[in-house]
Design a binder for this molecule. Sequence first.
Ligand code: G3P
Length: 215
Amino acid sequence: MKFFIDTADIDAIKQAYEMGLVDGVTTNPSLIKQSGRDHEETIREISSIVPGPISVETISTTTQGMLDEAEIYQTWGNNIVIKIVMSPEGMQTVKFLSAKGIKTNVTVTFTAAQALIAAKAGATYVSPFVGRLDDIGHHGMDVIEQIRTIYDHYAFQTKILVASVRSPIHLLDAAMVGADVATIPPKTLQQLFKHPLTDKGIEQFLADAKAFQKA
Ligand code: G3P
């Protein structure tokens, strides 16, 4: 299972990458806004840190607009994945780009039917937002399970990228269901290390080590 980091915060990316936990990065307009930095400069910097796929989201609403943006984004690094929203125009864009061998990530998806059409358009990744589904009283992980079943039935190559991950449980469930990738915010990544028995055990070992440590 691949771990992507869901942020445009350079320090957080560097820190997680150095721990060997980052196989790729996902960004979106909200995360770029949060970073308070220039879009191109930020993506170029991320691309120089992480060799894996970096998703960069288009903001046009027309197919031509998305294709024009994709052309520009590809010059920002050699590992750029074009992130495209779920829409008829978006799927047409994915079809054009995938025919040219350009990697795509279909975003803001919430149903297995949307994931099915993303796969038919030739998307490299599909990003279902599990946390936002949970927010409105659905069980987001059910959608991941449905997509896994459908993709396996027909041997679709599109990778399931679980997004809107809010907790270690989301990550665990995604892994149990067989998702290909989870994109994880830095805070959730930190939470993965934590267990009270781990803290207690380390504390005890360090205390006991004092008995034989040389001064
Ligand atoms: O990758 C999409 C993700 O950033 C959305 O997360 O927490 O805003 O629903 P969230």
